[in-house]
Design a protein around this ligand. Structure first.
Ligand SMILES: Nc1ncnc2c1ncn2[C@@H]1O[C@H](COP(=O)(O)OP(=O)(O)OP(=O)(O)O)[C@@H](O)[C@H]1O
Ligand SMILES: [Mg+2]
Length: 227
């Protein structure tokens, strides 16, 4: 399968000298769901932020769709949707205006058809004219995903999509993420939970102390853990 993201020799040292990523090499295959599993402070958000162009790498190279994230920033950024770990949403806007506005931020032409498609896919169509403050927690999470998909990215990063979410909502999120994969989106998600990685992912990467210590097919990893 074709690689859609190629990370080579990535290092990140924050100002002040803390080394958050140490020599990361990782390729993400087109169409897969990849789970990045690791404890608090392992470097998951740092890695995502660098691929999305929010944080600068200290050194190394990252290609997204064959293009360099620094030289071809606009191209690579437009291929990516990001669902951040920290949620911030305007309270008084409606669902549909929020999602349409996000699309505009990427300079994409208006597409009511695409917005409708996304809202239906995430079971938010019925709520399209409601204000955000009236949404439940799970609906808000789905709204953030809808925003991240508004500009038709081929790659979606989900940074701890189910942190603080109850079991039922978690299963609901899993279902939606699988449906997105089926529609052709490559998905990278971070999680603290091995069960979540097991449920969702085709491949799992384990990161600890800024080092990627293991990358494996989900099935073979689960077999090893059972032994
Ligand atoms: N802006 C920053 N300046 C200095 N150090 C930082 C900065 N951002 C993150 N770090 C440090 O880098 C390390 C990795 O942080 P990161 O947010 O990537 O971890 P994480 O794996 O996403 O953790 P969590 O599971 O808690 O979200 C941590 O030790 C953190 O304190
Ligand atoms: Mg994080």
């Amino acid at each position: 399968m074709e690689d859609i993201i190629e990370i080579s020799n990535l290092n990140k040292t924050y100002e002040g000298g803390f080394q958050a990523l140490k020599g990361i090499n990782l390729s993400i295959k087109k169409g897969e769901i990849f789970a990045l599993l690791g404890p608090n402070g392992a470097g998951k958000t740092t890695m995502i932020s660098i691929v999305c162009g929010i944080t600068n790498p200290t050194d190394g190279q990252i290609l997204v769709g064959g293009k360099d994230i620094i030289k071809d920033y606009r191209d690579t950024r437009s291929m990516i949707g990001l669902v951040p770990q920290e949620l911030t949403t305007g309270a008084f806007e409606t669902v549909i205006s929020t999602v349409s506005f996000s699309r505009g931020l990427f300079g994409k032409k208006k597409s009511p058809e695409h917005i409708e498609y996304i809202l239906k896919k995430l079971s938010l169509w019925e709520k399209r004219n409601d204000r955000l403050l009236t949404l439940s927690g799970g609906m808000k999470r789905r709204l953030i995903i809808a925003k991240a998909l508004s500009h038709e990215p081929r790659i979606l990063f989900l940074d701890e999509p189910t942190a603080g979410v109850d079991v039922e909502l978690r299963k609901d999120m899993w279902k939606h993420v699988k449906a997105l994969q089926e529609s052709g989106v490559t998905i990278i998600l971070t999680t603290h939970y091995i069960e979540e990685a097991e449920e969702m992912a085709d491949r799992i990467g384990v990161i600890n102390n800024g080092e990627l210590i293991l990358v494996e097919e989900k099935n073979s990893l689960m077999k090893k853990l059972e032994e």
